[in-house]
Design a protein around this ligand. Structure first.
Ligand code: AHR
Length: 653
């Protein structure tokens, strides 16, 4: 009898203990860290046609004939190649030396050159377009240049005519409205009338750009970025900063000022992958450093430019500038700060004002080098740091910890950078979903003082790094969400984070996975995009503890969690990631809060199939769904759906 009673009593105690243990505890009155406004940002690189053919709304590819093959992207119509000659005037315009000469004899019919666009041109019914060209008649004339937009069914969608006179270069432009929507249109430039035409900078832009800026950015893509409310935008990369060799590195000074003076170079991703060669990938720099700063300002993000540190990509040539020659590289960095922040009396501040922005951009941070490593990096970094901090002690530096989140390279750099009291250390992780789950505690034991962390590039890989088979599936996105709870919990250490890469053209990509995919007309966010967006738009201001069995929640019972207060909106925000295939019930004890009402708002990203992806055909296979529930008191009962990421908002008094 006694035995039975003791057994029953023990069972009862175990049961009660089990219930008590499965309770999540939030201590809202015990904030542990501030969340930086810069916490969640975006990483932009011109990869996958992200700039030319993507964000930059120019529709004509190779508009200035500066690709290695000068007529790449162009086709001669109703004439032959002898009618079209590519001439070079490198003394007159060294940054844009080539132009096309088209000769038409007295009794010859019009000759055309047709541009294929970036895998076609996406054009929209009822939208205005501007065709512009720099031209002169080196002989004869006046001549007529007709611009004609042709749909994929070969019907004309709009046309304009320009009369060209005189032997001096002049800019001409004319507008038309497009008759119908087409994803794969192309553009033909006809030359009519005897004479020798010289043309350069043939350009076609839609009027409906972001903020309707002439020569601006693709509106739908910028909107997707703006919707994320990013805390910062890192630009222009990535490996593109380094270049395959030093000549091919990113030089910001070549990307500001008149577009016809921005020297075109080959995009480093053109030849990077044997399985994804992209011979027509160049950088026009139409999206240059002024436009990057402007974009950052438009979307409310801090600008984070990354500057070349005198080293080309170590996966490619590994060409490295001798330290005695580093002066001009350091000067580029100093001048960039003056360009962003200097008064209009300074040389570079004056240029900024001339380009349309007299007020400073208020640059606060800068990256020195991308994924550079080894003692050669540390040596160069020290030279940059000393020179720049002397003049601009308040600019924070982002320093590279190399290509991987562990291993010899990482350990070496991490140790050196911490000894140097680096402001911010940039860590990159392209790993499989299991790594992301296993590393949700990565920063729990990082030192709280000293260098801060920028999770500068990360993405879960469903296959191997750089494999063309990588997918933006729900498994990857869910594992990133789980990992990101660890970033937020450790906001005392992690200052910033960004997924990479950002953009990819469905017909012209080199690297997958990517956050946003697009064709010439449409774009969609991947499940990974919605994970990023949910973290960023539910950022909060202070982390508060959320625990299970007195431990932070990073995998117990397949759950990953973080909690924060938004002191501005007076809310408690919970982020809960259930990586189990089963629904999970959780009781959450909300300590230290006074609720404003009984409403609990939930935003749920969920799918029962981990292989599900969004696509152009099904852009909303996985998108957040909002719902409200009513629950009184400070105990919350939540059922977390299988494979789900849930954001909970609780209004506070
Ligand atoms: O995001 C793609 C590439 O991955 C970046 O350019 C580089 O920094 C990293 O290796």
């Amino acid at each position: 009898m006694w035995k039975r009673m003791i057994t029953a009593g023990l069972m009862c105690i175990f049961y009660l203990l089990a219930i008590a243990q499965s309770k999540l505890i939030v201590q809202a009155d015990k904030p542990v860290a501030k969340i930086q406004p810069t916490m969640w940002g975006i990483f932009f690189e011109d990869i996958n046609f992200g700039a030319d053919g993507g964000l930059y709304a120019e529709l004509i590819k190779n508009r200035s004939f500066e690709f290695t093959k000068p007529l790449m992207g162009w086709k001669v119509l109703k004439g032959n190649n002898e009618n079209v000659l590519i001439l070079n005037r490198s003394k007159e315009t060294p940054k844009n030396p080539r132009f096309a000469e088209i000769k038409i004899g007295a009794d010859q019919k019009p000759i055309g050159i047709e541009n294929e666009g970036f895998r076609g041109m996406g054009v929209k019914q009822g939208v205005g377009y501007t065709f512009s060209v720099e031209a002169k008649m080196s002989q004869g004339g006046p001549g007529i240049i007709h611009g004609q937009l042709i749909g994929s069914d070969k019907k004309a969608l709009g046309s304009v005519s320009i009369s060209v006179k005189g032997a001096n270069w002049q800019s001409y432009k004319a507008d038309f409205v497009c008759a119908s929507t087409d994803e794969k249109a192309h553009f033909v430039v006809w030359f009519e009338g005897a004479g020798t035409y010289n043309v350069d900078m043939l350009s076609l832009f839609p009027h409906d750009t972001w903020k309707n800026r002439p020569g601006g950015l693709r509106k739908d893509l910028v909107q997707l970025l703006a919707d994320m409310k990013p805390g910062f935008i890192r630009f222009p990369g990535g490996c593109i900063v380094e270049g395959r060799n030093l000549a091919n590195r990113y030089q910001w000074k070549n990307t500001v000022g008149p577009t016809n003076q921005r020297q075109v170079i080959m995009n480093r991703w053109n030849t990077e992958f044997a399985h994804k060669q992209t011979p027509d990938y160049f950088q026009s720099f139409g999206l240059g450093f002024y436009e990057y700063f402007q974009l950052a300002e438009d979307i409310g993000a801090e600008a984070l430019p990354i500057i070349n540190c005198g080293m080309a990509c170590q996966f490619n040539s590994a060409e490295t500038v001798d330290t005695t020659d580093l002066g001009s590289y350091v000067q580029d960095a100093l001048d960039l700060i003056e360009f962003a922040n200097g008064s209009v009396q300074t040389k570079w501040g004056r240029l900024r004002a001339k380009l349309g922005h007299p007020a400073p951009f208020n640059l606060k941070m800068m990256g020195i080098g991308n994924e550079n490593w080894g003692p050669q990096y540390i040596t160069r970094l020290k030279i940059f740091t000393t020179a720049i901090k002397k003049q601009y002690p308040n600019i924070e530096f982002v320093n590279s910890s190399g290509t991987d989140p562990s291993g010899e390279r990482f350990d070496y750099l991490n140790t050196r950078l911490r000894k140097m009291h680096a402001d911010i250390i940039d860590e990159h992780y392209y790993r499989n979903p299991a790594w992301f789950l296993a590393n949700a505690r990565r920063y729990d034991d990082y030192p709280r003082d000293g260098s801060k962390i920028f999770a500068g590039e990360y993405a879960a890989q469903s296959d191997k790094i750089a494999s063309p088979d990588n997918k933006n599936n729900w498994q990857c996105a869910l594992s990133e969400a789980a990992f990101m709870t660890g970033l937020e919990r450790n906001a005392a250490v992690v200052k910033m984070a960004s997924y990479a890469p950002l953009l990819a053209h469905v017909d012209a990509w080199q690297w997958t996975p990517d956050l946003i995919w697009f064709n010439n007309l449409h774009a969609y966010g991947t499940p990974n995009y919605y994970v990023q967006k949910l973290f960023s738009t539910n950022k909060g201001t202070e982390v508060v503890p959320i625990t299970l069995n007195s431990e932070s929640i990073a995998g117990q019972d397949s759950l990953y969690a973080t909690a924060c207060l938004d002191q501005t909106a007076h809310e408690l925000i919970l982020k809960l990631v259930n990586v189990s295939k089963d629904q999970k019930h959780h009781e959450i004890d909300l300590k230290g809060i006074k609720r404003a009402n009984d409403i609990i708002s939930l935003t749920i990203l969920q799918n029962s199939n981990l292989q599900t992806c969004n696509s152009l055909q099904q852009p909303e296979a996985i998108v957040p769904v909002n719902k409200n529930m009513n629950e009184k008191g400070n105990t919350l009962n939540l059922d977390l759906a299988p494979y789900s990421f849930t954001v909970v908002h609780i209004a506070l008094k």
